[in-house]
Design a protein around this ligand. Sequence first.
Ligand code: FE2
Ligand code: FE2
Length: 260
Amino acid sequence: MSVENLLAPIKSFLQSETPQTWIDQAAKPENLPVILIDHLICELKAAQSAMFLIRKYAIDKNSSNKLLSWFKPYEDFIYKKQGDLATLEQSPKLSKDIVLKATTNGAQSVFTQDLVDKMLMLIKEELHHFYQVLEIMTNRGIEYQNITAGRYAKGMLKHVTTYEPNALIDKLIIGAYIEARSCERFAKLAPHLDDDLNKFYVSLLRSEARHYQDYLALAVKIAGEEKDIRERIEYFGKVEAELISSPDEDFKFHSGTPIS
Ligand SMILES: [Fe+2]
Ligand SMILES: [Fe+2]
């Protein structure tokens, strides 16, 4: 599938395009460290959100602990500045024996298995992206430092409904928007970067586009036939577009229109 075909559904899903001023800012060589560091953190956050969903909604305690230990070296790197590429390479890989929570409802367990399958695949891919971004940073002598989170994800999460299953549906819709926007921005930014980074960002498009589709498909599936979630998708689309288009003094990967 060509990049254009890959991006077409994403462009129509998102209610706004990344502003040119953000691209101009992101393309400045002096902003490469903040872009890469924030990207690194975003990969961990993407994996963590998926982990959170399956720990909360789908898997048993023992599997939950296995997942946590799988994440530990990545979290130690980001939160404690411990370890490096070699530590990550030697860290244990996730075993396949993830066990679902006991459930009495057949329809629910079909959804749960689908959620676990899609989220485990997503976690594997995001943690691999994390490794790839860190490898690029290491090769370029860009040192990791702790930076504060931008307003983007929080700005959507504060609208999550407080009761189930609507809360889960909202989180899945937000997941779809974050993945779709990341994909759109990677594609927009890639041609402005050097050859290696350009290739790397283009190589991420396919998995990020699939992550967007997986989240959306899960939201539709858990909602079931009797519940129409189009309005909710529209609603988060508006919130997301506002965060992307309105002025934002904090420049990050998912920030709004830069104030220069
Ligand atoms: Fe990723
Ligand atoms: Fe992703």
